[in-house]
Design a binder for this molecule. Structure first.
Ligand code: HEM
Length: 167
C-alpha cells in the first residue's frame, strides 16, 4: 500500500486549525458574556494561549501542502498553477494567515488594554463604547476567518474531484 505521510499530516493540520478556531470562538463567547473584569482578563489570557496553536497549524499546513503538490502533480500531466481551485485556495490561505497574524492579535491587544484599564479604574471616558466597537471588530474577525476556512475546505474537497456523490 502506498501512503502519503504528507497528506496524513495535512489532514491533522486541518484538524488543528479548526480546533484552534473553534476553541478561540468558544472563549470569545465566554469573554463577551462575562461580567467580572478580572475573569474577563483571565479568559483573554486563555484565548491568547489557544491562539498559539495557530502558527503551528499554519506551518504544518504550508509544509504538508507543498508536499501534497509534489505528490499530486507528479502523477498528473499539468502544472500545479494550472488548477484554479489550488490557486484560489493558496490565495485564501494567505489572506487567512495574514488576517490571523495582524488583525486578530491587534484587536485582542487593544481590548485587553482597555479591559485592564477598566479593572484598574483608569479607563478613558468613552471606554464602554470603545469596548463595544472592539467586540464588534472581533466578531467580524471570526466571521472572516471561519468563512475563509470553509472556502478552503470546499475548494480542497470539490477541487480535487476525489469525492464523487449523487448530490
Ligand atoms: C487552512 C489551510 C488548509 C486547509 C484547511 C486544507 C485542507 C485540505 C484538505 C481537507 C484536503 C483534502 C482534500 C481531499 O483530497 O479530499 C487538502 C488537500 C490538498 N491541499 Fe490543503 N489545506 C490547506 C492549506 C493548503 C496549502 C497552503 C496548500 C499548498 C501550499 C495545500 C495544498 C493541498 C493539495 C495540493 C491538496 C491535494 C492533495 C491530493 O489530492 O493529493 N493546502 N487540503
Amino acid at each position: 500500500m502506498r501512503v502519503s505521510i504528507s497528506f496524513y499530516l495535512h489532514l491533522l493540520g486541518f484538524g488543528l486549525a479548526a480546533a484552534a478556531l473553534a476553541g478561540s470562538f468558544v472563549l470569545e463567547r465566554k469573554f463577551r458574556s462575562e461580567q467580572d473584569l478580572n475573569v474577563k482578563l483571565y479568559i483573554g489570557g486563555l484565548s491568547r494561549t489557544m491562539g498559539l496553536l495557530s502558527p503551528f497549524a499554519v506551518l504544518l499546513l504550508l509544509i504538508t501542502g507543498i508536499g501534497n503538490i509534489f505528490n499530486r502533480y507528479a502523477a498528473l500531466s499539468i502544472e500545479w498553477y494550472q488548477e484554479g481551485w489550488l490557486a484560489a485556495k493558496i490565495i485564501s490561505f494567505v489572506i487567512l494567515t495574514l488576517n490571523g497574524m495582524i488583525y486578530g492579535p491587534r484587536i485582542s491587544r487593544s481590548r485587553t488594554k482597555l479591559v485592564r484599564s477598566l479593572y484598574e479604574n483608569s479607563a478613558p471616558a468613552n471606554a464602554d463604547k470603545a469596548l463595544a466597537s472592539l467586540n464588534h471588530q472581533m466578531a467580524l474577525f471570526y466571521v472572516v476567518q471561519s468563512t475563509l476556512l470553509l472556502i478552503i475546505v470546499y475548494l480542497s474537497l470539490f477541487g480535487t474531484a476525489k469525492h464523487p456523490g449523487s448530490f
